[in-house]
Design a protein around this ligand. Structure first.
Ligand code: DOR
Length: 442
């Protein structure tokens, strides 16, 4: 026996288990889940009394800025932020500098991830060369090098004909296309949601239609190409409605939203806090509610963070000049518990599924389960502990979180990847005979 997690409440979405049990890990895999597994004096064990034991979280939308923008985030600092947030697998977006649009670049990310020996890094490759929307990438080679999806995230693909080819080709080689939906002819120059608040604040707006018309078009093109499509960062009520209708028609569409689209709204921009500047922009309170409805009825399949680090210097600028994006890996669980579970919108079991089994199924990657034989990627968390987010809370190299100063419920206590501890909360009683993976110590 390598390690036993005892006395925790196990939530295992694949087998629909939610009960008090122990989890035994042998050679990095789950050997057994049962009540009262006996521990011999030499067996290292973690006491998870009063805590939830769940599969390691999977975030299918993160921006680690390597290569090109290492002052914002590297693969290493991003991985540490992930471990702190209970996230053991991430899908990295390819809008780095240069972008991940060829085999060599995908290999670079894959290798950096492997060298780190910590969390699982799954690179997404570009759908078009230089994310320029003109010429398709060599997707089969990207896949061979380790890409698990294609996307020009940060950009939509302007030409419907090119997007049709992207969808057709990516489906042929079984790589899903992750769609950033934005008509830039409508959004260009905008810095926040277009509406009442953009008018009173005198800031240029981004109409919801910039996103919605493209969600509609991109789904139609997926239908035409007979390909699956995944809609990223859904932020509006009508966006949810379009996806709901498409699903009813049997179109193979999946969707993600991000915590800020139910936790925050455009009225908050009265503060001019640039950490609230994100693309798609924060919408209205009504949109927040519709996003929650979409999560409740399954229209939204999973939750991703769109973790987008930017330096303090860049964000310390007039609102119109600051870059779009906010970090999210380290507040993911807390936003889900505070905004969705505590108010009674969803159960804790559904919450876990949204960040484990669901994203794993969309991308057909390993993980999302701790059933017998599964890789022992495990997150142990307290659903009730309240904590206040501060600038010093983060392992990420960046600090651009709109939740700084906020009190949230839900705290990750210990994260394991392949049976090895990669994060342990201060004060959590990790026995001395269970080491933290050295590269994740600081
Ligand atoms: O706010 C955003 N930031 N939205 C995106 O689509 C890209 C991201 C980034 O890369 O900073």
């Amino acid at each position: 026996m390598n390690l036993i997690i005892k006395n925790g409440w196990v939530i295992e979405p694949k087998t629909n288990l939610s009960k008090k049990a122990d989890v035994a890990i042998i050679e990095g895999r789950v050997a057994e889940i049962a009540e009262n597994i006996t521990v011999s004096p030499d067996d290292p064990f973690i006491d998870a009394q009063g805590l939830i034991v769940a599969p390691g979280f999977i975030d299918i939308h993160v921006h680690f800025r390597e290569p090109g923008d290492e002052s914002k985030e590297t693969i290493e600092t991003g991985a540490k932020a992930a471990a702190h947030g209970g996230v053991t697998s991430v899908v990295t977006m390819p809008n780095t500098q240069p972008p991940i649009d060829n085999e060599g670049m995908v290999e670079l990310i894959t290798k950096r991830g492997k060298d780190l020996e910590g969390i699982h890094i799954y690179p997404a490759g570009c759908a078009t060369k230089e994310r320029a929307g003109k010429e398709l990438t060599e997707m089969a080679y990207l896949k061979k090098a380790g890409a698990i999806a294609v996307t020009d995230d940060g950009n939509d693909i302007e030409s419907s004909a090119i997007l049709r080819h992207v969808l057709k080709y990516s489906a042929m080689i079984d790589l899903i296309y992750l769609a950033h939906c934005e008509d830039t002819s409508l959004s260009e120059g905008g810095v926040m949601n277009e509406g009442f608040y953009s008018t009173i604040l005198g800031l240029p707006g981004i109409p919801k239609e910039a996103e919605e018309t493209r969600i509609e078009r991109n789904i139609q093109l997926a239908k035409l190409a007979n390909a699956p499509i995944h809609i990223q960062h859904v932020s509006t009520a009508r966006g949810v409605e379009i996806i709901r209708n498409a699903k009813k028609q049997g179109i193979r569409v999946s969707a993600e939203t991000c915590p800020h689209y139910w936790m925050l709204h455009d009225g908050l921009l009265e503060s001019f806090d640039t950490n609230l500047k994100v693309n798609p922009p924060l919408r209205t309170k009504e949109d927040n509610l519709a996003i929650i409805e979409g999560i409740k009825d399954g229209t939204i399949d999973c939750i991703a963070t769109d973790h987008a680090p930017h330096t303090v210097t860049e964000k310390d600028a007039p609102f119109q000049e600051a870059p779009f994006g906010m970090i999210g890996l380290e507040t993911l669980l807390s936003c889900i518990i505070t905004g969705l579970v505590k108010p009674g919108h969803i159960s804790i079991e559904k919450a876990v599924k949204l960040i484990t089994l669901s994203p794993a199924s969309i991308l057909k990657i390993e993980g999302g389960t701790i059933s017998k034989g599964a890789r022992a990627d495990i997150t142990i968390f307290s659903p009730d502990e309240e904590w206040t987010v501060t600038e010093n809370s983060f392992k990420s190299q960046s600090r651009n979180s709109p939740f700084i100063g906020k009190s949230l419920y839900g705290k990750v206590k210990c994260t394991l990847c392949c049976g090895k501890v990669i994060y342990c909360d201060e004060g959590f009683p990790l026995p001395k005979n269970i080491p933290i993976l050295p590269s994740f110590l600081s």
